[in-house]
Design a protein around this ligand. Structure first.
Ligand SMILES: CC(C)(COP(=O)(O)OP(=O)(O)OC[C@H]1O[C@@H](n2cnc3c(N)ncnc32)[C@H](O)[C@@H]1OP(=O)(O)O)[C@@H](O)C(=O)NCCC(=O)NCCS
Length: 175
């Protein structure tokens, strides 16, 4: 059974071991998501503790996907706090464990997190992702507009340069 949930900070901490497994699995699978090899689940713990705090402070929306009681997917939207950008959100860390890919979880996660952002008055979302990755191919299917590529923007976990593709999506408005 699949469940999509929007978590509080405490609920994020309650699934910390699963979240650490997901992030470690993605990094070890070659995803350029901010971390370098070697990377084990315990290395992810400080990151997720920070996410829990950000959720508690109202700075981040955190949505997860559970399959048969185990959290296997996660996505966040950072709520931009600058006074001149109250309408913008930053989509971050759409991650699905390799054992649960191809089941439609990313579409469900994106649908819920975008709806949550719209409820909070956000009308514009932005994201960046590794050029040439599966994720880059998937976002247009969810209605995101490709803006362009910055070459050599970041590194893959093994240290190779990685281009970054930027996307945006208008939500909660017909504009
Ligand atoms: C990107 C990622 C989250 C996709 O997760 P997923 O749950 O396997 O994706 P889904 O099963 O929901 O598939 C989403 C859609 O993309 C399609 N799709 C899947 N793989 C695809 C590919 N390689 N190319 C094009 N489309 C693809 C699916 O058919 C589906 O489309 P549909 O909903 O219209 O049928 C997953 O591959 C992942 O975690 N990658 C590593 C981390 C990463 O790079 N995250 C992005 C950070 S910005």
């Amino acid at each position: 059974m699949t469940t999509i949930r929007t978590l509080t900070g405490d609920e994020t901490l309650a699934v910390l071991p699963d979240l650490c497994e997901i992030l470690s699995d993605c990094v070890n699978g070659g995803a350029s998501v901010g971390f370098m090899l070697p990377f084990v689940p315990a290395d992810a713990s400080p990151y997720w503790q920070g996410v829990a705090q950000a959720v508690d402070h109202g700075d981040t929306i955190h949505v997860v996907a559970d399959v048969d009681g185990r959290t296997v997917g996660t996505v966040q939207i950072g709520l931009a706090s600058k006074p001149n950008q109250p309408h913008r959100g930053d989509l971050m860390k759409l991650l699905v464990h390799r054992s649960a890919r191809g089941l439609g979880l990313s579409r469900k996660l994106m649908t819920q997190v975008e709806a949550e952002a719209a409820k909070r008055g956000r009308t514009l979302l932005v994201l960046d992702t590794a050029t040439g990755s599966e994720a880059e191919a998937i976002y247009p299917r969810f209605g995101w507009e490709r803006v362009g590529v910055i070459p050599d923007y970041a590194l893959f976990p093994d240290g190779a340069y990685c281009g970054t593709t930027f996307f945006y999506k208008r939500i909660g408005t017909t504009a």
